[in-house]
Design a protein around this ligand. Structure first.
Ligand SMILES: [Zn+2]
Length: 178
């Protein structure tokens, strides 16, 4: 009688503990899946932005907007960057790209793809006219490469996931030295 009471008591204690453990494991798995999902959506954003840059470059002898003068539809004069080549005003560059893509139906270019899904500090702009610094997650590199150059140059980087998009459209995980 005493023994069965002991087993009963132990099961009362162990049962909830196992449940809590299982729930904790589920939570870890769910969080991990969420993180993976956000990371994959970030890659998708970068790929889409590249398609739009390519769309523009294919109509401008393979050159990217920041290497083409404003007279020719580019944004060279609007570009301002340091030795690290990171654009100080990416919003101006991306607004100009959007303007240049209007005639080509924008492609996949929307303000939403400029914010990494894991970025809790920035919100997508309602439209490109309102696009500002707080609406862009990705660091834009004003490299001198054209579309077909080998080796390619870095075009965009997500500092949250360290995804790095190159001018040939490839994406690699790479932390950048600051
Ligand atoms: Zn990201």
């Amino acid at each position: 009688m005493q023994k069965s009471f002991l087993i009963f008591s132990v099961s009362l204690l162990v049962g909830p503990a196992i449940n809590a453990l299982a729930q904790g494991t589920n939570q870890v798995v769910t969080n991990s899946l969420t993180q993976t999902n956000l990371s994959l959506r970030c890659i998708s954003n970068l790929k889409q932005i590249w398609l739009d840059y390519r769309n523009w470059a294919e109509r401008h002898e393979g050159r990217f907007p920041f290497n083409v003068t404003t007279n020719a539809g580019g944004s060279k004069e609007l570009s301002s960057h340091g030795d690290d080549r990171i654009e100080k005003n990416p919003a101006a560059q991306l607004r100009n790209l959007a303007k240049g893509l209007v005639g080509y139906d924008y492609g996949t270019f929307t303000p939403k793809i400029l914010v990494c899904p894991a970025d809790t500090n920035r919100m997508p702009a309602a439209n490109f006219l309102e696009l500002g610094f707080s609406n862009v997650t990705y660091e834009l590199f004003c490299c001198t490469n054209t579309l077909g150059d080998t080796p390619p140059g870095i075009l965009l980087h997500c500092s949250i996931h360290n995804w790095t998009l190159w001018t040939d459209g490839t994406i690699h995980e790479r932390a950048l030295a600051k």
